[in-house]
Unconditional design. Sequence first.
Length: 412
Amino acid sequence: MDSWVGHEVPRLPGRGGPLALFDTARQGVHPDTGEGDATLYVCGITPYDATHLGHAATMIAFDLVQRVWRDAGRSVRYVQNVTDIDDPLLERAQRDGEDWKVLAMRETALFREDMEALRIIPPEHYVGAVESIPDIAARVVELLGDGAAYRLDDGTGDVYFDVTAAPRFGYESNLSRAEMLEIFPERGGDPERAGKRDPLDPLLWRGARPDEPSWPGGDLGPGRPGWHIECTVIALNLLGERIDVQGGGNDLIFPHHECSAAHAERLTGRAPFAGFYVHAGMIGLDGEKMSKSKGNLVFVSRLRADRVDPMAVRLALLTGHYRTDRTWTDDLLAAAGHRLDRWRRAAAAPAGPDGPALLAAVRARLADDLDSPGALRVADEFAEATLSGVADDPAAPALFAATVDALLGVRL
Ligand code: 5CA
Ligand code: ZN
């Protein structure tokens, strides 16, 4: 499907250094030593409701990954999916008496607008689950042929992945089996389903049900794809057998990314699937994770409708480190608005302090596991010094504006 429209990213003098990121699988920050094209897969929305600030924060985190890589001279191949067929979408459409396809189209269109407003660099491929169904079905057939998957014999046509076919299962999330069993049903899993070999076996293909949409699945029979295999297949087919970064919110650590990795590694015979499994913290409101099912959402589109500057929203979300679970408050947004104002005044000043030093410091902060709070601090110091009028470099304000535009995505 169509992606959104990008903005020009200013070119900065010199080059940034390699990016170090926290990898969930290895539980530590490691430098990304890859060369050439960098590959990024980010788990996108299930479009049954509008983009909330949690989605926005996660997209901004991976936007920084892309910006730091580009600044280091790497070209980036970036793929993001849209889960445009899944249970939550059908349930919401049913609840509201709406056509699920129209619901998905509308929310995806709104998401694109939100991403554009937030100046998120678009993915090279923005791919729906529905348009990927033939590819997904073919891979499920492959797993069946290989003995890594099995069909339930209850006449439903449902196909499951056998977790014992993935000897490393658990390496990505680092969870014990007891912890996995606890989380699995909370995140779409069905441990109680009769006939499965292991309670943790994830669904690969759901056989057609009379009241649900379905697609031809070749040897699988009609049905629709499971969730984890969707991301595996889209990433494998568009980015190759091994990707640099698999990204999403930390609600996807298990089972989603564990299972996607298990599927991919079984299909390719190569491990690990991703060099880095990178997870953004959850944005909450009033102490609770912002989620569609809890209904405690602040929508990006709502803020836009209220004429809030999207750059203030972006700055507010950059105020905390991407990995920390954090809370959205009106105060956070107000503070970001003031910061934006100060930065704009500094960018318009006749002179500032050492511009190249500012650029080097912002680069260093972001290369260190995307330390956006540190980058904001450095930019604040620059803005304060500029506004106090002690500075004498006439080129510095323009370099300041280009730096925060290119590296933080904040246009002044
Ligand atoms: N379609 C799947 C991924 S394949 C999905 O999780 N969709 S979603 O709409 O629920 O979330 C879209 C992205 O936003 C995912 O990366 C998810 O991890 C992230 N996300 C969801 N809720 C939050 C939140 N409250 N804070 C931060 N990120 C979130
Ligand atoms: Zn995904």
